[in-house]
Design a protein around this ligand. Structure first.
Ligand code: G6P
Length: 610
């Protein structure tokens, strides 16, 4: 989820403040370091820093930077840790060429070997740096030609934007699979990985196509296609309101983040699964692998949505790693006497990495002398720093108070962790292979689940009268029921409770009448039959039922008052898919009630007090 922003403007225009503002508009994508390159003399000026754009701004304070050509980048570490030398822009052996890149260069190892043998010296661990050296090697006085030669040697996906000290006013760009668009102004050309980021300056953009090579000058641009033919790609008007660039054109951040989930999950998974070997790779756990293989029990802690993910995670770890695993609310941890044997460990789940109760639970775990691990989204946050080792979600910032994409990522990473721990123990390779292949298909299945959004909206409107309701599920779907109820409470202010369906007869059934709906998660898993029985007992008491079911389940569809379908999958991955319509249901219910779904009353995104 890196971001690219570049400007070439007529001489005597200082584009530095403009570029800083432009890259800020891409912050929402998530990043852990940022940098830029300016062209103004025989060499380029490169400024890079780890952390947010404010850190970059601080890095330049005190310098007088003036230029009419520059390229900016926000980086999200994939190859190599977040560090200044891994931050883009990258240069070749000297600073005559600078390049920024989104995507992954799959053959970078092989290219690096060839370039090193030819005398090139590398200074970073990134895949991108090979492009800077390729440009340097291929340059014969024309950057666009050097770019063409470079991209023919690259395998993988890329949006590349480069400048050279030798061609004043020129920016060259190319792409494959990663988006890039040119923004047109009377006396400047912009280039960005997200057209919406340019909307405050221009509505006129040209989207590049795969293998296009674009040469930008302040008052013109030229695009040459894969077949070396010059193209007049038509410009298009950006339809988004400039202000909505931060949330991708969706009316609310929550809906943006819900819709971002396929991409966010792909980011969480990237580089971590070697399906054909039944192997999971977590760089952040490498230092504690030996301890992990000796763990006998695990306590998983979190608050709110993260706790619901912890509940599912504990089940995964029991099922696939054979460990004793317990989920505990972080705020309850201090009252519990969970095991503190030498081979005990704690795993904290937190999107923000700053939740006070979770931090205190980790401190408690440390006091008990056990290994502490984290699944955290915010890079460098307090929890990330405090735990002994961990896994980052890499889903970009989640800004809507109600957590959505973090849950999907947390649950999936917990499944991967269970497979990883399982492989260190008794989980057989072929089973792991099959499970990992299913995990890799999840982003597409989430896309299918999201396609139900309009139908979910209609169901939410149909039940707009409800004051109170129940969510029920069994097994992996029990924590999803808790999560569905939490989402609805948070963003619609309707009273909702999540229950294990097996508990219906032990109390909740007393609530059921024709004004009290139940949302029943009844997918085709080993618990389906019992869920059908639960639905029947609710219907026998005239309770309205909204079923979350798989397609073509006519039995459930005929019992329920409304049915929302999700694609079928391996049972262990179904909680990821059933969570999607419940997020949408809460969202549409909240919107229909005129609630500020992104910032519900009385709640905060990051709860940094006990
Ligand atoms: C707050 C947020 C929830 C979140 C919980 C835990 O209550 O509103 O969305 O699930 O904190 O936050 P964390 O950042 O630790 O995941």
């Amino acid at each position: 989820m890196c971001g690219i922003y570049g400007i070439t403007a007529v001489p005597n225009t200082n584009i530095v403040p403009w570029g800083m503002a432009g890259i800020r508009r891409l912050e929402y994508r998530g990043y852990d370091s940022a940098g830029f390159a300016l062209q103004n003399s025989a060499e380029l000026t490169i400024i890079r820093s780890v952390g947010d754009i404010n850190a970059l701004r601080d890095a330049v304070s005190g310098h007088t930077l003036v230029s009419s050509v520059g390229i900016w980048h926000t980086r999200w570490a994939t190859h190599g840790a977040p560090s200044e030398r891994n931050t883009h822009p990258h240069t070749g052996c000297d600073t005559r060429f600078a390049v920024v890149h989104n995507g992954t260069i799959e053959n970078h190892d092989a290219l690096r070997r060839v370039l090193t043998a030819a005398g090139h010296r590398f200074t970073s661990e990134t895949d991108t740096e090979v492009v800077a050296h390729l440009l340097e090697m291929e340059y014969r006085g024309n950057l666009a030609e050097a770019m063409r030669a470079a991209i023919h040697q690259i395998e993988g996906t890329f949006a590349l934007v480069a400048i050279t000290a030798d061609e004043p006013g020129v920016i060259v760009a190319s792409r494959r699979s990663s988006p890039l668009a040119i923004g047109i102004l009377p006396d400047a050309r912009l280039i960005a990985s997200d057209a919406a980021a340019m909307a405050i300056h221009t509505r006129e953009v040209v989207h590049l196509e795969d293998y296009d090579i674009a040469t930008l000058s302040p008052t013109s641009h030229m695009i040459v296609d894969a077949g070396a033919v010059t193209r007049m790609r038509p410009s298009q008007a950006i339809e988004l309101e400039a202000e909505s660039a931060e949330f991708g054109g969706f009316p609310h951040r929550m809906l943006f983040e819900i819709n971002e989930q396929p991409a966010a999950l792909s980011n969480s998974l990237r580089g971590r699964i070697i399906a054909r070997e039944g192997h999971v790779r977590f760089g952040g756990l490498a230092a504690v692998e030996k301890q992990l293989s000796a763990i006998e029990d695990l306590t998983v802690v979190g608050c709110g949505t993260a706790y619901h993910a912890a509940l599912i995670g504990a089940m995964y770890i029991e099922a696939y790693a054979g460990l004793s695993a317990t989920a505990v609310l972080a705020s309850e941890y201090e009252y519990r006497r969970t095991s503190s044997r030498r081979n005990s460990a704690m795993l904290a789940i937190s999107q923000s990495g700053e939740t006070m109760d979770t931090l205190l639970a980790i401190k408690g775990g440390k006091d008990r002398g056990i290994l502490t691990l984290g699944i955290v989204n915010r890079v460098g946050s307090a929890i990330a720093r405090l735990t002994d080792a961990g896994i980052y979600n890499h889903i970009g910032p989640e800004t809507s108070v109600a957590s959505t994409k973090a849950f999907v990522s947390q649950v999936t990473l917990l499944a991967l962790l269970a497979i990883h721990l399982g492989r260190q123990r008794d989980l057989i390779r072929t089973d792991a292979e099959r499970m990992l292949e299913a995990v890799l298909r999840l982003p597409d299945k989430i896309t299918t689940a999201l396609a139900q959004s309009d139908h979910v909206r209609a169901v939410a409107e149909q039940f707009g009268w409800m004051q109170s309701c129940l969510f029920i599920g069994r097994g992996y779907q029990y924590p999803v029921a808790l999560e569905g109820a939490l989402k609805l409470k948070e963003v619609s202010y309707a009273h909702a409770e999540g229950y294990s369906a097996g508990e219906m007869k032990h109390g909740p059934l007393a609530l059921v009448d024709d004004r009290f709906p139940t949302i029943a998660i009844a997918v085709r898993d080993s618990r389906r039959k019992k869920m059908v029985a639960n639905i029947q007992e609710i219907k026998a008491r005239r309770g309205p039922v909204i079923a979350i079911a798989n397609p073509d389940d006519s039995e459930i569809a005929s019992l329920a008052d409304a049915t929302i379908t999700v694609p079928e999958d391996d049972e262990f991955l179904m909680p990821v898919l059933t969570a999607i319509p419940l997020q949408l249901f809460a969202y549409w219910m909240g919107v229909s009630r005129g609630i500020n779904v992104d910032k519900p009353r009385n709640l905060a995104k990051s709860v940094t007090t006990e």
